[in-house]
Design a protein around this ligand. Structure first.
Ligand code: ATP
Length: 605
């Protein structure tokens, strides 16, 4: 029984994680990704490449100077002057290599960070233009993951990968050419370690990286659970679900721990294996190299140069393996990023869209049909007219289409059939910003942004002065509670405005809307019950807010409905009745029954 209960609880927590971390190489996608480097092709990119070339060239030359020239020539021939000259050159070259490396890292990091900054900005700007339908189909978390994690995983590729690839290829080619020139036999002999090195730097490393990826997935699951638990703590406590919650947490925490243990065990194998391979290479060099010295096939200087180059082998091979892995990961991440970037807003502006100047606020729905998806129609040929300056109430059962009508007026969606017109302009022909600039939407659940009360009210009109903000707050009766807050208008409120009550948040959103001074106001009245005093304040505030503009209210309060100029009664996406309160009551139809059932206050009317 207990187990069954737990299983039910576990079903509650379903976190989707985007697990595809690698994709096959795709040239077209790669070129598109690298096109983000274009703005830097005249400064950071060439500068970094020059530093790479200098650094690689210098590092390739130094072992020859040490082995072949210093040992074989200056020391064996006891040429003091040549020795001093070579030592000075080697010291100078090391300094150049150090400086070139310093600037390479500095400019490459700058290039990588700038590209990441640009991609993130591009993606965020684009996501902001997307239609509501895009957000209907995705959770905020999955969008966040793309803007943060997927772009982060490209960071290494751009910061180190791309340019290091060039450096490593030149370095490896350079080492081989020099080694072959010095001694082809010894070169072939020490090549035995190459396949092992490639194996370690690609397969083994990928295996380790996948294990770390699993750790990250487990961590994000843990994060999601923690987030949900803290957000929903009040509900958890009131339903006494702490034990079940803890059991689930324990499971995710253990998974996280186990995945970490596997990854760190694999990781621990890496370094010793690399060192073992290096030791194998050194063994071959000593064994076969000393044989070649004895047979006079090579000099001691060549032997020493070989030892230096052998030490330089690992770094480029290891990094090539890493870049390869980064490229595969970059493919998966960039595919997800491009999927968002290629998403077109469903509600788009025509190229010759009209800018609506000061509108009057006359709204018409002409035979409007709309569905969110193929399965169900939300509006079935709705015809309605709202005259400029009128207050219109939309009433009806839940799911009858009230919010949909409001959404179409703001043009968050386009109708599937028919037309929505404002002042005679079909909304399909007007520019979105000029339309939305003149409409304010006040939602039931007022969104409070983190910032001060000032910032929150000013959201609708960022250029408003402090005095204008205070005036708007006074007009809707919000000034009283704001002044009682610890820092008045400068009080910091959190993301969801937890320190404010439902009624206070409503008043704040009224002040925000009043300050924006829209021609059309869409208001989804809060359903939450609030105390009579606040209720009265809200009613008074509403009167101020509605004055002089067209207002569409998704009404839940009888007092609001009664004072409306017109009421539309909706049912399953159709307008059943329309008129003012008295007319509709006289009809004794759907409205009459709705009022009777919902408000149970007929006697009072
Ligand atoms: N984003 C959406 N995607 C798919 N279907 C939706 C979406 N929003 C609403 N619907 C569906 O469209 C129909 C009308 O919904 P709408 O939100 O307009 O109703 P409503 O009258 O405002 O209801 P409520 O009073 O509960 O807010 C409902 O069947 C609803 O399930």
């Amino acid at each position: 029984m207990k187990k069954e209960k737990n299983e039910k609880v576990l079903n509650r927590f379903q976190y989707s994680t985007e697990e595809v971390i690698e994709k096959p190489f795709n040239w077209k996608q790669m070129l598109r990704l690298f096109s983000y480097m274009k703005p830097y092709r005249k400064d950071l990119l060439p500068l970094s490449i020059i530093m790479v070339l200098i650094n690689t060239g210098v590092r390739l030359v130094i072992p020859i100077l040490i082995g072949v020239y210093t040992l074989d020539k200056a020391l064996i021939e006891k040429d003091g002057q040549l020795l001093a000259f070579l030592v000075a050159w080697i010291a100078g070259l090391y300094t150049i290599s150090y400086l070139a490396n310093y600037f390479r890292i500095k400019w490459m990091n700058m290039l990588g960070q700038s590209v990441i900054y640009d991609i993130r900005k591009h993606l965020f700007t684009h996501v902001q233009t997307l239609s509501h339908r895009f957000f209907d189909q995705r959770s905020a978390g999955s969008i966040l993951v793309r803007i943060m994690n997927d772009i982060n995983s490209l960071q290494e590729l751009f910061t180190n990968g791309v340019i290091n690839l060039l450096m490593d290829l030149i370095m490896l080619a350079g080492i081989f050419i020099i080694l072959f020139t010095l001694s082809p036999e010894l070169t072939l002999a020490i090549m035995v370690i190459l396949p092992i090195m490639f194996f370690i730097s690609t397969s083994l490393r990928r295996n380790i990286r996948r294990s770390w990826q699993t750790v990250r997935l487990k961590q994000s699951k843990l994060n999601s659970h923690l987030n949900e638990s803290i957000q929903g703590i009040r509900i958890t406590q009131s339903f006494t679900q702490e034990k079940e919650n803890m059991a689930f947490f324990d499971g995710v925490n253990t998974e996280n721990f186990e995945s970490w243990r596997t990854a760190s065990q694999k990781n621990a194998m890496f370094r010793p294996l690399v060192e073992l391979t290096n030791a194998l290479g050194t063994g071959v060099l000593i064994w076969y190299g000393s044989h070649l010295i004895q047979t006079d096939a090579i000099t001691i200087g060549v032997f020493v140069s070989f030892a230096f180059y052998l030490g330089m082998f690992w770094e480029p091979i290891s990094r090539l393996g890493m870049v390869y892995n980064q490229l595969l990961m970059g493919m998966a991440s960039s595919e997800r990023i491009f999927e968002f970037l290629d998403e077109k807003p469903i509600v788009s502006e025509k190229t010759n869209a009209i800018d609506l100047h000061e509108i009057k606020g006359h709204i018409e729905f002409e035979d409007v049909v709309f569905s969110y998806n193929e399965k169900r129609t939300a509006l079935n040929g709705v015809c309605l007219e709202m005259k400029a300056g009128q207050t219109v109430a939309l009433v009806g059962h839940t799911g009858s289409g009230k919010t949909t009508i409001a959404n179409l007026i703001s043009r968050f969606y386009d109708p599937t059939g028919g037309a929505v017109k404002i002042d005679g302009h079909n909304l399909r022909d007007v520019s979105l910003s000029s339309l939305r600039h003149q409409i304010s939407v006040v939602l039931q659940d007022t969104f409070i942004f983190s910032g001060t009360i000032f910032d929150n009210i000013r959201f609708g009109r960022p250029d408003a002065t402090d005095d204008e903000v205070i005036e708007a707050a006074k007009a809707v009766g919000a000034n009283g509670f704001i002044e009682k807050l610890p820092n008045g208008y400068k009080t910091e409120v959190e993301e969801r405005g937890n320190i404010l009550s439902v009624g206070e948040r409503q008043l704040l959103s009224f002040a925000r809307a009043l300050l924006a001074d829209p021609r059309i106001l869409i208001l989804d009245e809060a359903t939450a019950s609030i105390d009579t005093e606040t209720e009265m304040k809200i009613q008074v505030a509403l009167k101020t807010l509605l004055k002089g503009r067209t207002a569409i209210i998704i009404a839940h309060r009888l007092s609001t409905i009664r004072e409306s100029d017109q009421i539309f009664v909706l049912d399953h996406g159709n307008i059943l009745e329309q008129g003012n309160h008295d007319q509709l009551m006289d009809m004794k139809g759907e409205y009459y029954h709705l009022v009777k059932a919902q408000f149970n206050m007929l006697e009072a009317i």
